[in-house]
Design a protein around this ligand. Sequence first.
Ligand code: VG1
Ligand code: CO
Length: 544
Amino acid sequence: MTAPAIRTVPTQPVEGQKPGTSGLRKKTRVFMQPGYLENFTQALFDAIGGVQGRTLVVGGDGRFFNDRAIQIILRMAAANGVARAIVGQGGILSTPAASHLIRLRGTDGGIILSASHNPGGEDEDFGMKFNGPNGGPAPESVTDAIFARTTELAEYRTLDTPDLDLSARGETALGGMTVEIVDPVADYAALMERLFDFAAIRDLFASGFSMRFDAMHAVTGPYAREILENRLGAPAGTVLNGTPSPDFGGGHPDPNPVWARPLVDLMMGEGAPDFAAASDGDGDRNMILGRGVYVTPSDSLAVLAANATCAPAYTGGLAGIARSMPTSRAADRVADRLGIGMYETPTGWKFFGNLLDAGRVTICGEESAGTGSDHVREKDGLWAVLLWLNILAARRLSVAEVMARHWAEFGRNYYSRHDYEAVAADRANALMDRLRSMTEFLPGQSFAGLTVEAADDFAYADPVDGSTSARQGIRVMFDDGSRVVFRLSGTGTEGATLRVYLERFAADRHDLPADQALAPVIAAAEALALIRDHTGRAAPDVTT
Ligand code: VG1
Ligand code: CO
């Protein structure tokens, strides 16, 4: 058989191919335009110094266009000299499973097709991320280089070959490249089995402990079924919405009280199971619920860190904890108590990579329902669920009891995030610019009864490689220990999304509804930022 000829296709730079918080995200129809995905893929290959002879992992969350995008990427990978592509069967890999495969197989990195928690479908969102050899999202230096390359691209390389059949495991050839199609679940499930005390969790389920896991019609369905139902003995039916669909059943695969409302209602109602969780489109986020309780992601990070030694992987203790800046400071109290390092990074998992690689931290988390550890270099939804299960199996307490004891020991950081979605970009920018210009004059001023102690536009200097990232969000600290943070989302595909992060610490009084406890901070945030005037909205679109 003669090798298919490499075709060099002339092209022109496409505007706006700048990766955001987590890869490049656009409307699916934008990604489907001829040359759009091709340009970005070639720019990526060029920006990382070419891919000749390299091994890459490729997979996605199964959303609309996942199947066709993978075929395009594989042809281009072969035409650019990739030696081996490791592909999840059916083109499927969750983000944490892809991160694990990249590391396990010692590859040069991987491409993950996902727009994560954004909805999927022909009229919704698509995305592409590149992870490096450590399994983590490309750092800003790399995403900047990819973007720079998109602005000067003149040609891309591909093959004229028919689509590959990705439905069966095994090896096949595409030009000079070997395509290895692997079970997307097996290696990941084996890793989880090494990290956690599966015997103890099996005993917990055997004792009648009941749980629901809502896969939200997204990628974690097959992973959750294999791990929870097959390996841990949870009864069939524990996993809800477990069959991935290209449009996620028409919903947003975002595990929060708004988009996973049915699960929250179940847990707040009569006869709720003991425990519930949900994950997002690509399987890296988690939401944790107990009977009658919603655990905020910031609290979950703190609880997991405080109790991690329950799990075999962490019996030796934690090296340190990292959280994104807007995440509540509940975890800081745990780090303080444990006498370990605490790091505050900009939003996005890419900022945790260096800290994890350097062994400075073991557990990381974000307020947006992302938690993970040094077992991979991504946040990991099922990992968080399993660590919770391991803790519940060891402690034999309800989720409500775990939370009450945690707050009694550390105090409670009441927390909420208000999102104003699809705001006109100029209006959102005007709000941020105004705040930015005000920060230096804020200390000493009072807003709705709260006095500002400190304010800045968060800037980060990476303690490992010295790289810096400025303008990462306006934070305002009040003298009663409350805090409000304002930043614009970097994952949206329509207008701008303003995120307002609200936090108030209470040493005692841990039983208030969060909106009541946070009322003074919400009022101060409005007085300070004039959110209603700027956005034209009377209230946030989404409150989590
Ligand atoms: C959001 C979250 C951030 C998370 C990012 C990617 O970014 O706030 O914490 O890392 O999504 O998560 P932004 O810029 O919209 O606030 V995922 O699960 O979309 O890969
Ligand atoms: Co995600």
